[in-house]
Design a protein around this ligand. Structure first.
Ligand code: BEZ
Ligand code: FE
Length: 328
């Protein structure tokens, strides 16, 4: 590609001038958000190398680690999501993008096991095909922050089987199991039958597992059920409910647990068993989810961004709700 007349002369680059020069050549980029992201990325990466006096061996080890993440990844194995999760970056990005006003349901990590092939089931159906699982009845509502029911919400629900594996982790998977999609009724209700969640290790037979080992960290997630709520005009809510008392409740390998998402299980009594057609004594989980509108979320996200940038003393403005340098 021929270089334009404005291309900076890149010669005799040193520890001290490599950063501004890299940023100068990248500044030819016409997309101001990409230009800003690259400028900050290069600056932080270079500072990291200078600050840690990064050795060539360490740098190569890091590159080989990333190659390993790519090599083990497939349609059903997302090692880079896992890496982002164990670095706390997934939770951070989700929290920035989906701020929650008080009394709304907090978000949690999506993880790599959501699929798009879950069957849409009628309210009240069972999504489990695991005879070893302990039966669980979940009775839920979806409301807005004023307590008004939200009807017609598409809810993805997924969990592991009783062995702690998602269906996609079984190489002989024929069809989706332990997952479904439901639509909330006119009163914002939905209920379904699943199994009592169990704690399970995140995939740890790859580079991320080895890294956790080197860091002297365990690879377990506390027992949970995943939920994803979607409806036009409402902020997408990706969350999970965590079972109180799980041994990993306060040490989740991917930082997903929030106090407001920790729930208690009860037992189904005779009347409920009859009404919901489930065995008396099964596990019972009742939960009310609270959604926030897209508009309210956007306003809160903008406000948080302006406050955070001010605190950092940065001269930025929001364009399409994202910061770029304010050069005007
Ligand atoms: C999960 O809960 O499905 C999960 C989340 C992050 C990493 C691995 C698994
Ligand atoms: Fe999970």
């Amino acid at each position: 590609m021929p270089t334009s007349g404005k291309t900076p002369v890149l010669l005799d680059l040193t520890i001290d001038n490599i950063t501004p020069n890299t940023n100068r050549i990248n500044a030819q980029c016409e997309d101001r958000r990409l230009k800003y992201l690259m400028e900050r990325l290069v600056t932080h990466l270079h500072d990291f190398a200078r600050e840690t006096r990064l050795s060539t061996e360490e740098w190569m080890a890091a590159l080989n680690f990333l190659v390993g993440c790519g090599q083990i990844s497939s349609d059903v194995r997302h090692e880079f999501i896992l890496l982002s999760d164990i670095l706390g970056l997934s939770l951070l990005v989700d929290s920035i993008n989906h701020p929650k006003p008080p009394a709304s349901t907090e978000g949690s990590v999506l993880g790599p096991f959501h699929t798009h092939d879950a069957p849409t089931l009628d309210i009240g159906s069972s999504m489990s095909s695991d005879p070893e699982g302990e039966p669980l009845l979940c009775i839920c509502t979806v409301k807005d922050t004023a307590g008004k029911p939200v009807a017609g919400v598409k809810i993805d629900i997924w969990e592991t089987d009783s062995s702690g594996h998602y269906d996609v982790q079984h190489s002989d998977r024929q069809e989706p199991s332990e997952r479904c999609v439901m639509i909330s009724d006119s009163e914002g209700r939905f209920w379904f039958k699943g199994i009592r969640p169990v704690s399970y290790p995140i995939p740890h037979d790859g580079p991320v597992g080895k890294l956790l080992e080197r860091l002297n960290r365990h690879c377990w997630r506390p027992a949970h059920l995943h939920f994803m709520f979607a409806k036009e005009g409402w902020d997408n809510l990706i969350t999970a409910l965590y079972m109180r008392g799980d041994p990993y409740e306060t040490s989740d390998a991917v930082f997903g647990v929030k106090k407001s998402l920790v729930v208690d299980l009860d037992k189904v009594d005779a009347a409920t068993a009859k009404e919901y057609e489930i065995k008396e004594g099964s596990w019972l989980l009742k939960h009310d989810f609270v959604l926030v509108t897209k508009e309210e979320t956007e306003q809160l996200r903008d406000k948080n961004a302006v406050d955070a940038l001010k605190k950092l003393g940065l001269q930025l403005k929001l364009v399409d709700h994202l910061p770029v340098p304010d050069l005007d």
